[in-house]
Design a protein around this ligand. Structure first.
Ligand code: DGT
Ligand code: CA
Ligand code: CA
Ligand code: ZN
Length: 583
């Protein structure tokens, strides 16, 4: 169990205790412990054999230590499990609705003994909540709106979670003799920033007839982590995994695998447009084949390439299949050559143990070198991020010296000295210009005061863009997928200023950010604003997450020319000082 999971259980325990009406001191001790564990730089699993080291964490006393030991030993906390048994797991879902806190839930529970979303929604619609203490008609309306917002994001999953689960399933399928191909389709294959459910296509002798398919289903349902079978049909099995992700597995004959891949990759709107095109050409297109309308003769079915070719289209990469002009471009041989994985020459946003990273400069360099990068930049936090031990002017310069020394001692890879400097509430930067001007890479980021009005936030970002030392804005909209919305600001005004000052925008590739989004990246490209794709790594193992950024860049039709960190080191360094390459 990692720190994040432990902290999650402690947070939930605190909330369940609050619903139960436990005393506030006890509740707070669980919250404090959760925060401490979440922020602690070392994994508790490494420390637990030395209880004294764990007790040294502020907020962890003897009682909490016993809880931590139990979680690491058993993978669960009995107090948490008991509370969940009492209130049922649906209570946790209720807690995730914004603005529906433990106090209100506790009120509803004591009045009606309900604790699931549907039941609470029904009570609100029937006007049965307004009569509770501290509630009223207005609170009731707000609650209904909050449930609606929650439904919109609930049931979606981050791209890396979806990918990891899909890989496990594909591996499980691959172990079965008679499975020739097992491939994810759907939104995962298109690289959409969040995924609703997994669509996996299977073909091979194991799919050949009903008897074989039923045997294959018996194998599939042995999958570790499978929680509930939702449907078991002739050509399909659907189930839910622990964690809630739903999976559809479809069995296909090999000769229609291409048509099925095309169909189940989607998107729906792309498919609708493609079917219309097929009809105009005298064909019908479905998940089995592209066939002639008049005599049902199959024209293409074995490969996607053949389907697109028969429709007189260049092959359209899955990331572009959103019905945003890709069909016209494919018809005119005008699809852009999308940026590809190997074209990134360096990752230039990462943290080290000097602030809130887990590895040293040297370790980050080795990891970047192992990926084949030509350069990297070390960009630790500035002092405004006190909980991350951010750097003041003096420490920033000392750290810069260390980075420069590592660079001198390293062959074959260039190490840029950088900083991720906080944009303060008024738009000024957290470090002196005399320090910033010595850095090779200056990332300016918002990490506080997210709740400013759109006008204030726009003015704040504009002021940061005007600082002559800023190379690019880090995670420009501040969104955390499925958790925190982007802060409001005038994106048009920011992009216009960015183009004018030649300050780039980051595409933060970390899977819970993907910021800028594909939509905003497209806007940036159209306005001539360059992009830098980074992982914002806090650990050497994070560097590989760059591919989630590349997927979003491809969804936005970006080419290598739109992305500054595809440049060789010397040109990249100049681009960080506003000398962008032409084009
Ligand atoms: P998601 O799961 O919400 O992230 O998005 P998708 O695109 O994976 O959508 P999903 O799982 O409902 O369907 C998978 C693909 O199946 C979809 O991208 C296109 C294809 N498809 C085409 N027409 C239909 C249809 O009428 N119904 C369904 N369920 N799928 C369709
Ligand atoms: Ca899907
Ligand atoms: Ca599906
Ligand atoms: Zn940051």
């Amino acid at each position: 169990m990692d720190n994040k999971s432990i902290a999650g259980i402690l947070y939930e325990t605190a909330e369940l205790l609050e619903i139960e009406g436990a005393d506030s001191f006890r509740i707070r001790s669980y919250r404090n412990a959760a925060e401490a564990v979440e922020a602690w730089p070392q994994q508790l699993s490494d420390l637990i054999s030395e209880p004294r080291q764990v007790l040294a964490i502020p907020g962890i006393g003897k009682g909490m230590l016993a809880h931590l030991e139990e979680m690491l030993r058993e993978g669960r906390l009995s107090l948490h499990a008991d509370l969940l048994k009492k209130y049922r797991p649906s209570m946790l879902e209720l807690l995730r609705v914004q603005g529906l806190g433990p106090k209100t839930i506790s009120l509803i529970w004591s009045a009606y003994q309900v604790c699931d979303l549907e039941a609470v929604e029904k009570l609100a619609r029937e006007g049965k909540l307004r009569i509770l203490p501290r509630m009223g008609e207005k609170q009731e309306q707000k609650l209904l709106k909050a449930i609606e917002d929650y439904r919109r994001i609930a049931g979606r999953f981050l791209l890396d979670t979806a990918e990891k689960e899909a890989a496990k399933i594909v591996e499980h399928l691959g172990r079965y003799p008679g499975v020739e191909k097992a491939t994810p389709a759907g939104s995962l294959r298109r690289g959409r920033e969040t995924v609703g459910d997994l669509d996996i296509l299977v073909t091979g002798p194991a799919c050949a007839n009903d008897g074989e398919r039923q045997k294959l289903v018996e194998h599939i349902i042995q999958l570790p982590g499978l929680m509930q079978i939702l449907a078991r049909g002739e050509n399909k099995v659907s189930f839910r995994l622990r964690g809630g992700l739903q999976v559809d597995i479809r069995f296909l004959p090999p000769d229609s695998f291409g048509a099925a891949m095309q169909y189940f990759t989607g998107s729906k709107t792309h498919n609708v447009a493609l079917r219309q095109r097929a009809l105009k050409m005298g064909y019908t297109l479905n998940e089995y084949s592209l066939a002639r309308l008049d005599d049902q003769q199959v024209v293409a079915s074995e490969s996607e390439q053949a389907v697109y070719a028969a429709l007189k289209l260049d092959y359209i990469p899955p990331e572009m299949r959103e019905n945003c002009g890709e069909i016209e471009a494919a018809e005119n041989h005008a699809l852009p050559r999308l940026i590809a994985d190997g074209e990134i020459q360096g990752d230039v946003h990462m943290h080290t143990v000097e602030t809130d990273g887990r590895n040293t400069i040297e370790e980050m360099v080795d990891a970047a070198r192992a990926r084949g990068y030509r350069y990297l930049a070390i960009t630790d936090h500035s002092k405004n991020l006190a909980f991350a031990n951010g750097l003041d002017d003096r420490r920033a310069l000392e750290h810069m010296e260390r980075i420069r020394n590592v660079d001198k001692a390293s062959d074959g890879i260039r190490i840029f000295a950088g900083i991720e400097v906080d944009i303060l509430a008024d738009g000024s930067l957290d470090l002196s210009n005399s320090v910033l001007e010595q850095m090779d890479v200056v990332i300016a980021s918002v990490h506080s005061h997210f709740n400013q009005s759109a006008e204030e936030m726009t003015a704040r970002l504009l002021k940061a863009l005007e600082n002559p030392h800023v190379s690019f804005l880090g995670h420009p909209t501040g969104r955390i997928l499925l958790r925190r919305d982007a802060y409001g600001f005038d994106m048009e005004a920011i992009l216009a200023a960015a183009a004018r000052y030649k300050v780039a925008m980051e595409l933060n590739a970390y899977p819970d950010r993907l910021d800028l989004s594909d939509r905003h990246l497209r806007m940036a490209r159209q306005r001539g604003v360059k992009i830098v794709i980074n992982t914002d790594s806090h650990h050497t193992t994070h560097l590989e997450k760059i591919r989630f950024g590349i997927l979003q860049a491809r969804r936005a039709w970006l080419t290598a020319a739109d992305v500054l960190n595809t440049l060789p080191a010397a040109e990249f360094a100049m681009a960080m000082k506003h000398a962008w390459p032409k084009g």
